[in-house]
Design a protein around this ligand. Structure first.
Ligand code: IPD
Length: 275
């Protein structure tokens, strides 16, 4: 049936603001924390509350659409991406940051149609950074159009290196090898603890690349659209086309940097999101 993208976009904005209100209110209060896949993979009542509110609203407005959410998946819901319109939500990206009061957290919401993100928002309600994109229409930070840096030279690049929340020994080896290898080759290394915000900072031109082994579809679905609409390149860590469910992502500001980094990174394949 017909998809009303204007209505979906208005809804996306409203949902982000609603999530922002809940997150802002909870940010400075005491949190009840539980662990998930490892003892550094965290969930709080706020993650669950935001997801419940957003999911309920979407079910009301778009009853035929599919839904994938971080906490619904953790609760046992099936995580399968089809060609159907699918809302993909991370209620609090950067839960570790949230727990510590480190203000780099965001709600991430994407609408994916035929496996392609068509709308995306990544909203940090603490620092008031709202990144958004609609397919073919560019991406914006608080209303200002975004453009990647275009940096091509690894030695001049400021790059994010991700650790992630998995503690599988083989994965940790991969992370350490990439740290050891890259720190002496780049201009600088940064790590913020929110995949969604780091992807958006590449879109903004504030950083030149981001890569991760172990991200989930809800961490990157919105960001992937935001950065491509800003002229960035998104693919798998080895340079293949991005597989949203494949849990590997490389985001850069230029094709040249994609080529260099995909050839430089030590690779690792986590379990997919859809198995
Ligand atoms: C996590 C953050 C973190 C990344 C992890 C994600 P969450 O998201 O984005 O930066 O390293 O892979 O799971 O769990 O806080 O929503």
């Amino acid at each position: 049936d017909h998809l009303d993208l204007d209505l979906a976009e208005t809804t996306l904005m409203e949902l982000a603001d609603e999530a922002g209100r809940i997150i802002r209110e909870a940010f400075s209060k005491e949190k009840r924390i539980k662990t998930k896949s490892s003892n550094v993979d965290l969930v709080t009542e706020t993650d669950q509350k935001v997801e419940m509110v957003l999911k309920a609203r979407l079910a009301e407005l778009f009853p035929t659409h599919k839904f994938i959410g971080e906490e619904s998946t953790a609760g046992g819901a099936k995580c399968q991406l089809t060609d159907e319109p699918t809302w993909i939500i991370d209620p609090v990206d950067g839960t570790m940051n949230f727990v510590h009061g480190f203000p780099f957290i965001a709600v991430s919401i994407a609408l994916v149609v035929q496996r392609q993100p068509v709308l995306g928002i990544v909203y940090n309600p603490i620092l008031e950074l709202k990144y958004s994109a609609r397919i073919g229409k560019g991406s914006f930070l608080n209303g200002e159009k975004l453009q990647v840096s275009g940096q091509e030279d690894l030695s001049q690049a400021l790059i994010f290196i991700e650790i992630g929340t998995g503690r599988d020994p083989e994965k940790m080896k991969c992370v350490q090898a990439n740290f050891a290898n890259l720190i002496s080759q780049v201009h600088g290394v940064r790590l913020l603890g929110s995949a969604a915000l780091q992807v958006c900072m590449v879109a903004q031109g504030a950083c030149d690349a981001y890569s991760s082994f172990g991200v989930h579809v809800w961490d990157i679905a919105a960001g992937a659209l935001i950065v491509t609409e800003a002229g960035g390149i998104v693919c798998d860590t080895a340079g293949a086309p991005l597989d949203l469910m494949g849990r590997r992502i490389l985001v850069t500001s230029s094709l040249k940097l994609t080529e260099t980094l995909s050839n430089t990174l030590v690779q690792y394949s986590p379990d997919r999101d859809d198995v």
